[in-house]
Ligand binder design. Sequence first.
Ligand code: E4P
Length: 217
Amino acid sequence: MKFFVDTADIEAIRELNALGMVDGVTTNPSLILKSGRDILEVTKEICDLVDGPVSAEVIALSAEEMISEGRRLAEIAENIVVKVPLTWDGLKACAVLTGEGRMVNVTLCFSANQALLAAKAGATFISPFIGRLDDLNLDGMELIHDIRTIYDNYGYETQILAASIRSANHMSEAAKIGADVATAPPAVIKAMANHVLTDKGLDAFVKDAQKAGIKIV
Ligand code: E4P
């Protein structure tokens, strides 16, 4: 499973990238707001830093304006993925931008039918939002499972980009189901390294090393 980082925080991306943990980046208007940066400027910086796909989201609501914004965003760099919402206009924009040879990520997907439409419209990525479904006491992971089944049934090439990931558990569950990509905040990716038994075991080893007077360098 590929890891995308869900942030516009340059330093966080740089840190994870140095460890080979970044296969791509996703941003959205809320993450741009959080960064306090200009969208074109910060997105360009991310694209220069990361080799993989970098999703930048349109803000328009009509297909025509989404297409114009998508073309502008795509000028930033070769690895830009234009992110459009899963509305009827978003699907229209997806079909046009895909037809122009651009990568498109269809975002805000909350149902298998929406994912089916995005695949028909030629989306490069579909972004089902796990956490926001879980917030409503629905099963976000079940949606990933349903989309995987449907895409595999018909051989759709649209990649499933599990999004709105809130925990390390979401990452392993998405991987077990076979999501092509998962996008997560830097803190969630780092939290994947944590285990209480690792901490306990390390604590014992450190104490014993001190008792034994072990010195390596
Ligand atoms: C994905 O592309 C979105 O930017 C993101 O995963 C949304 O996550 P949230 O529901 O935690 O805001």
